[in-house]
Design a protein around this ligand. Structure first.
Ligand code: ATP
Ligand code: MG
Length: 594
């Protein structure tokens, strides 16, 4: 097989990764960004989605229509458990299982708008349960399996879910807080019936899910919904504060379908691996909805991060398209390039990344070891789908998030909502009205309203646009540092730090300083085996001064074994700052074990 390496070359003088269309292994779905962007309309895009008299259902579009067309016997899901268990499901099988789940919800009198929540690891039940809930017209909510009792209570309390689906291993955490959840009526548990029978929570029905499902019919008349009816909700990562309950409508499938096609370049014969968890929006939009609606087979691995297992998965399933996150890429890089060479990863065609800024260094590393660059893209739980991206056919400027998706207008605006010129730092803003824009923040309408200013959706991220229309992430609005009158984004300092040969990860904050307003402080994780020393600190400081800017080097460096991260893998700078200043840590329900 011809290696994709041929399609890219780094121009050493500019650092740009050039794409040569004539050498693509397969022609990208979005071959000509400019042309498509010009002729694009959401009305046209909508034609790729099945409507029935102006109504639609996201689950129908993701799975059911494939179960009714030529794809019905095609594999939709390759599932692998933590102990190497393997299962496969065709579109038809997924469709039947989700119909059984929808029928079960009917028996429980779950109706349009009721909340059904899932507290599961990445087991098959999560995928067909989610789809079945949408078929029924209820609102599906997901929670990451590593959450503790407080996080569960917050989410189920706020959403007032009536039904919770969980698994035996997670049951105890639910039992601890269930008495504080008056709306929760029923807990459905996976696994063996005799095990479920031992589980008790006073005042709640605890039932065995597999036994109940067995009795249900595999056909269900999927409810066709108003495009603006709510389909699913989930809570943000909690990087900047208390997680928000973001609600999305069935209409979101239009955006998720088109973006999966253009940005992830998905098609029927792809084996696609999205490493995100459906507890976060990436797992919902691009592991369930947009990816299946494009007919790709999805790989799901229900186990912990392990570089060797990850490469083995790519090799064994012959993964073509791989969508992951910067934190994982940096961890793979830390595991070394030699490891990569032990595996045959030649099936890979396209790599993408989301969730945090993707530093140039891991992009270059990817190019070196996989022969392919990672394509960064930007979006948020609230946006329901990718909005700014690097595309297969477009040159990459490493460190940039890329350009707006066709149909999306992005701009940099000041605090009054006025558009700023090229090169100026400001608020990253989007023209409202794209199909997957959140419908509301659950039971916090004022919070929802606060996102909009002067006809713009204000993302809360700071960025700038260059003369070629590429967007560059600077930092979250709260994280930007002001030192000696200069504004510095933590991302650029972190990117410079990890270019140093001994640094693997870094988190950067502004620390109050009587003289300079703030100074830059860096928390640095060193490569394995590197000894921390004062001399090394100086060396790193010199390195940043030289490679970034004299004013943007960290005056303070602290070596740290592990950076605090959300469970979705994002560096929690607010926690580094709170610890530094001896302040309260605030909401830590989404903090990774630390
Ligand atoms: P919370 O809103 O609760 O603080 P969160 O913002 O981390 O949590 P998400 O919606 O999961 O919750 O993450 C979206 C945010 O992640 C973006 O606003 C941005 O700050 C960051 N992000 C996502 N992708 C990128 C990217 N490609 N480059 C830079 N930042 C990114
Ligand atoms: Mg956010």
């Amino acid at each position: 097989m011809k290696r994709q390496t041929l399609t890219q070359e780094i121009l050493m003088n500019t650092g740009i990764i050039k794409k040569k269309a004539s050498l693509f292994k397969v022609e990208p779905n979005l071959l000509d960004y400019k042309r498509v962007r010009k002729s694009f309309s959401w009305e046209l895009a909508q034609k790729e989605i099945d409507f029935k008299e102006d109504k639609l259902n996201a689950a129908y579009n993701a799975v059911e229509r494939n179960a009714l067309n030529w794809r019905k016997n095609k594999i939709a899901l390759y599932w692998m458990g933590a102990d190497d268990q393997k299962e496969k499901f065709t579109f038809s099988e997924l469709n039947q299982l989700s119909s059984q789940f929808a029928n079960l919800l009917h028996d429980f009198s779950i109706d349009i708008g009721d909340r059904v929540f899932f507290f599961l690891s990445r087991v098959p039940t999560l995928y067909y349960g989610f789809l079945g809930t949408l078929k029924r017209g209820a609102i599906a909510g997901t929670m990451f399996a590593a959450f503790g009792p407080q996080a569960i209570e917050d989410r189920l309390g706020n959403s007032q879910a009536k039904i919770l689906v969980t698994e035996p291993e997670l049951f105890d955490r639910v039992a601890k807080v269930a008495h504080k959840l008056p709306h929760l009526e029923t807990v459905l548990v996976t696994g063996e019936e005799k095990e479920t029978n031992r589980l008790k929570i006073h005042g709640k029905k605890i039932l065995n899910l597999p036994e109940l499902l067995k009795k249900q019919s595999t056909s269900y008349k999927t409810r066709q919904m108003d495009p603006d009816d709510y389909a699913f909700m989930l809570y943000t990562s909690g990087t900047t504060g208390k997680p928000k309950g973001v609600v999305h409508a069935h209409r979101a499938i239009i955006h998720e379908h088109i973006s999966a096609k253009y940005v992830l370049d998905l098609r029927d014969d792809d084996v696609y691996w999205c490493t995100a968890d459906p507890g976060w929006v990436t797992g919902i939009a691009y592991e369930i909805l947009g990816s299946w609606s494009n007919g790709a087979a999805t790989v799901v691995y229900n186990g912990r991060f392990d570089p060797e297992v990850w490469y083995q998965i790519i090799q064994d399933y012959k993964v073509n398209v791989w969508y992951t996150a910067p934190t994982a890429i940096r961890m793979l890089q830390a595991a070394g390039s030699d490891l990569v060479r032990k595996y045959d990863l030649s099936s890979l065609r396209y790599l993408a990344s989301v969730g945090e800024p993707l530093n140039p260094e891991p992009i270059r590393w990817g190019l070196k070891v996989f022969g392919l660059p990672f394509h960064d893209n930007w979006w948020q739980t609230e946006t329901g789908g990718i909005l700014i991206a690097n595309y297969p056919s477009m040159d990459i400027k490493p460190g940039s998030m890329g350009k707006p998706l066709p149909g999306i207008t992005a701009a940099i605006v000041d605090d009054e909502g006025k558009e700023l010129p090229v090169g100026d730092e400001g608020n990253l803003a989007i023209k409202p009205g794209w199909p997957s824009m959140m419908k509301t923040i659950w039971r916090r309408p004022e919070k929802y309203e606060s996102y909009f200013k002067r006809h713009w959706y204000i993302s809360g991220d700071r960025a700038y646009k260059d003369k070629d229309g590429y967007f560059w992430f600077i930092g979250r609005a709260d994280d930007v540092i002001k030192t000696s009158g200069e504004r510095v984004g933590p991302f650029e300092v972190e990117s410079a730090l990890i270019e140093h040969q001994n640094v693997i990860e870094a988190g950067v904050i502004g620390k109050p300083d009587p003289l300079r307003g703030e100074i830059i402080k860096a928390f640095v994780k060193l490569k394995e085996g590197v000894r921390p020393s004062e001399k090394l600190k100086e060396d790193i400081q010199e390195f940043v001064k030289k490679h970034l800017a004299a004013h943007a080097y960290p005056r303070e460096i602290e070596f740290i074994d592990k950076l605090p991260k959300t469970r979705s893998g994002k560096i929690m700078r607010r926690l580094l700052k709170a610890k530094e200043l001896g302040l309260s840590l605030g909401d830590t329900s989404t903090l990774e074990e630390y």
